[in-house]
Design a protein around this ligand. Structure first.
Ligand code: NCD
Length: 306
């Protein structure tokens, strides 16, 4: 049985196959409409979510399966003190596959050790968010026609942003990737990723504070929200929250074929005036998130459609 804890759980070849499947699903949705009939997905969300929970649910519904779950810790027995391992043993009796989001790093890993159904990590604290990475890879591949040979700007909260951590881990496996890490000093990419992933693999990267300096050289600009819920005090968050605001003026500095991605939710870091720019791809990214999760559910359940 397979789980998805980190994007590295799939080899590059397996990822290619999964992204190809997502593309086929986009082109021929009717072919997949009954693939998961009789199967159930449970969504176990101990932290707020709009897209990640609902896109997993939409994915299972599009495949003809059914869904169940909880959307906050308060409405589950976690509020009574139940452990993740007991909860997952229970869910294994009800569902065929589950997606779990938890504020504690490693909680989905604990779950998969006690589970008899595939577990998908739907975000664990400031650690990883592999299904967002699958979404980002599919989006980049569809927009640019490739996953290697490009300069990716990662901007905002690189310290706590789990989507950034997972995306870096996934992208360093492709040829010719270069990063520009754009953040305030206090929200720099953690040392364990800079050293253990980027330096160790000899991936070229630069750290800059000003977004304007990076814009002209980018193929992809990946914007992120300052992760309010991971700050220890409100004051630091307030000081950091509007550090970057991408607006029309800054977009003028970017190449014609640079795309803006954002895992969403956005707060102030992308002005709504950018939404009409053809290079703003964050809502297209949301749509890709459904196709890729359909492909993921089929892959983990080992269901093949001819
Ligand atoms: C992200 C997350 O939860 O990490 N959201 C998402 O799943 N699309 C990004 C964020 O909350 O800032």
């Amino acid at each position: 049985m397979r789980h998805l804890m980190s994007p590295l759980d799939f080899s590059v070849e397996e990822l290619d196959t999964l992204l190809d499947l997502a593309q086929d699903i986009e082109a021929h949705p009717a072919k997949y409409a009954h693939a998961c009939e009789g199967k159930k997905l449970a969504t176990l969300f101990y932290e707020p979510s709009t897209r990640t929970r609902l896109s997993h649910e939409a994915a299972m519904l599009n495949l003809g399966g059914s869904i169940m779950g909880f959307s906050s810790a308060d409405s589950s027995s976690a509020a009574k003190g139940e452990s993740v391992s007991d909860t997952i043993r229970t869910i294994s009796c009800y569902a065929d596959i589950c997606a779990m989001r938890h504020p504690k790093e490693g909680a989905p890993m604990v779950a998969c050790q006690h589970s008899s159904i595939p577990v998908i990590n739907a975000g664990d604290g400031g650690h990883q968010h592999p299904t967002q990475t699958l979404t980002d890879l599919l989006t980049i591949r569809n927009l640019k026609g490739r996953l290697g040979n490009m300069t990716i700007g990662l901007c905002g909260d690189l310290k706590f942003g789990r989507t950034v951590h997972s995306l870096i881990n996934a992208l360093v496996r492709y040829e010719g990737i270069r990063f520009i890490l754009i953040s305030p000093e206090e929200l720099r990419l953690p040392e364990y990723i800079r050293h253990d992933v980027l330096d160790r693999k000899g991936i070229p990267y630069e750290e800059v504070v000003r977004l304007e300096d990076a814009m002209p050289t980018l193929d992809i600009l990946y914007m992120t929200r300052v992760q309010k819920e991971r700050f220890f005090n409100e004051e630091d968050y307030v000081r950091m929250k509007d550090f970057y605001i991408l607006d029309k003026k800054k977009m003028k500095l970017a190449p014609e074929d640079m795309y803006v991605l954002h895992p969403l939710p956005r707060v102030n870091e992308i002005s709504v005036e950018v939404d009409d720019d053809p290079r703003a791809a964050y809502f297209r990214q949301v749509q890709y998130g459904v196709y890729v999760r359909m492909a993921l559910i089929l892959t983990l359940l080992d269901i093949h459609v001819d």
